[in-house]
Design a protein around this ligand. Sequence first.
Ligand SMILES: Nc1ncnc2c1ncn2[C@@H]1O[C@H](COP(=O)(O)OP(=O)(O)OP(=O)(O)O)[C@@H](O)[C@H]1O
Ligand SMILES: [Mg+2]
Length: 278
Amino acid sequence: MMLSTTGSAPAFAPRVISLTSGKGGVGKSTLTANLALELARAGQRVLLIDGDFGMANLDVMFGLRARQSLHEVVQGEALIQDILMPVSENITLIPGGSGIYDLQKLTAIAKQTLLDQISQLEESFDVVLVDTAPGITDNVLFLNSAVEEIHVVLTPDPSSLTDAYALIKTLHLKARENRFQIICNQVRDQQDGERIFNRLENVVARFLPVRLEMAGIIPMDPHLRQAVRSQQLVGRAQPQSESAEAIRALAREIVQRQRLGECKGSLQFFWRQMVGAA
Ligand SMILES: Nc1ncnc2c1ncn2[C@@H]1O[C@H](COP(=O)(O)OP(=O)(O)OP(=O)(O)O)[C@@H](O)[C@H]1O
Ligand SMILES: [Mg+2]
């Protein structure tokens, strides 16, 4: 694969990407973990942030268990550097933890300490992938408004479409987001994926001044389900499977996509937004 690696972005700032959805269980975490694998294989240094605070499970996707998480950082019991978890070659995870906490409630000093720690990470990664919880909670809105590119994951389930629309609408109204990447997951075939995308686009075009772009189509694949069940990545267990190939294509699409060149794509910006210090 002809992909650029380090040094390609001006005044180096990693590109920060989210995978999000209105409806739960559409495949965000599975896709995030597998996307990380494919990006890493393509030479990108990947930082994964498990933004599903409280129900975090990206560590499990790699067959591992985090001992510490952002929860301990917020409690002042650990530094970011302490919780960074190497999960695979070129992939580092910031675990989300299993207790609810609110980054915005940190004291001013704690926020500054966190931001100082983050600034030391900026040049260590090419891509930052953020997995979110489903739905329209404040946390999901903060995470998405802090990233450079939002990927909304959809499935053929009709409620996934209406929930995606509600999420896009809220992100537009509350965070002035106007560009969304769409990933159609668990589809029968390419046509099925295009049909779902067109349906969402038709509704959006009628009511909202936002732009949707098709980022990827991932088929429903029993190999993927089996891999999740055995806490493996399908890209490792069955690298030639349909879903692994499609996730590889998605990774390629992301790397080749032109960056927006906004101030947004940096870890500093992301964390400033997250803790409400922007
Ligand atoms: N392309 C696919 N083919 C087959 N099964 C899939 C596919 N994508 C997701 N799944 C199934 O859907 C389940 C839920 O996936 P996952 O946990 O990644 O969703 P999620 O969106 O992160 O859920 P939550 O909203 O609860 O965080 C997986 O365990 C897997 O079995
Ligand atoms: Mg998840």
